[in-house]
Design a protein around this ligand. Structure first.
Ligand code: TXA
Ligand code: MG
Length: 322
């Protein structure tokens, strides 16, 4: 792999130039930061897998400037897929649809389906509009680790490996997109994410949720262990866990309650305001901060299982599975 003097900046022209010449750029989105390359250029796609140390069985999402571009990349779309796209794009929804041959097996890991997403972040939208190709972009973290929600998270892990990080500030949602596969009139949720399932069922009625793949997942966000910090994470009743572990150096990931910070204890409160959207925004950054401390274990608690709490609990569960 080539070594780079990685730059962080807001220069869209520069980002576009790098992408046009087959290079990779980390890009901001409203969900998490991505590691982007020209989706139609096998060399760029291969470089994404190399930089991320990502297994080849894990396919990439195609990012488009506008939903109307889908006609180039997927087969004729069902009314259900149109309805979802028109209601939630641009935004934190990814649709998995039957691909056209122009999309290589490298992007889809051999699947006849391709994942499409139209991000809402203004810098990313301007960048996509300036390009005449879609961007393949996984989250900009090493495989299995916590997704980045600001440019510094990306730099901490991919610094030296890519030329440029387009800095779009903090990701507003903070959780990866919700992935929905649509086959004819059947929608299946493959990953819980930044678009609450309730929003989807309100529009189209009950949907199947299949987010627990194992060895050959159709979405590795489905892997039992994913989005995981290096130190062990345990979920339970915080007061009891803390009382039973007073001698250990622990991290605390609490929803809204504060706990006294001690010499042995580092506390992160996700949402003092009790809002699930606030908790989602802070989750990954808080996990990273705790992971950077010299701790033995992180204690976390379940959030209310509704709205974005569903996706947050999913990430906690997978972090615990390590
Ligand atoms: O919010 C997001 O979706 C972010 C931003 C950067 O757009 N991207 C993201 O990408 O989370 P990644 O690669 O970290 O996770 C994408 C998930 C993977 O678990 C992958 O398996 C699934 O999407 N996926 C991609 N293509 C697929 C396909 N053809 N069929 C089923 N799942 C697919
Ligand atoms: Mg990822």
């Amino acid at each position: 792999m080539k070594a780079y003097d990685t730059e962080i900046g807001t220069n869209i022209v520069k980002a576009a130039e790098i992408l046009r010449s087959a290079g990779l750029v980390s890009v901001p989105t409203e969900t998490v930061y991505g590691l982007a390359g020209n989706a139609l250029l096998p060399a760029a796609v291969a470089e994404i897998f190399a930089v991320k140390a990502r297994p080849a069985f894990d396919p990439l999402i195609l990012h488009l400037a506008d939903w109307s571009e889908h006609i180039h990349y997927v087969q004729e779309v069902s009314p259900l897929a149109h309805q979802l796209a028109e209601s939630f794009m641009p935004g934190p929804l990814t649709l998995v649809l039957p691909k056209r041959p122009i999309i290589s097996d490298l992007v889809t890991s051999g699947s006849p389906f391709v994942a499409l997403r139209v991000p809402q972040h203004p810098l990313m939208r301007t960048l996509l509009a300036a390009l005449d190709f879609p961007l393949a972009a996984p989250s900009a973290n090493p495989f299995g680790y916590i997704s980045p929600t600001n440019a510094h998270h990306v730099f901490a892990q991919l610094g030296g490996k890519i030329p440029y990080i387009l800095d779009g500030g903090q990701s507003g949602i903070g959780l990866e997109s919700t992935i929905v596969q649509v086959v004819d009139d059947q929608a299946t949720v493959l990953r819980k994410g930044g678009l609450p399932i309730e929003a989807i069922t309100e529009l189209i009625g009950p949907v199947e949720v299949r987010t627990h793949g194992t060895s050959n997942p159709s979405a590795p966000g489905q892997l039992k262990s994913h989005y995981a910090p290096r130190i062990p994470l345990i979920i339970g009743e915080l007061p009891a866990l803390l009382a039973a572990n007073e001698q250990r150096r622990v991290g605390v990931l609490s929803f809204r309650e504060s706990y006294p910070q001690t010499e042995n204890r580092v506390v992160e409160v996700l949402a003092p305001d009790g809002e699930l959207t606030t908790a989602a925004q802070h989750l990954f950054a808080a996990m990273r901060r705790l992971d950077a401390q010299n701790l033995e274990v992180i204690f976390a608690e379940w959030l209310p299982e509704k709205g974005l709490g569903v996706a947050i609990n999913d990430r906690l569960r997978r972090a615990q599975a390590k």
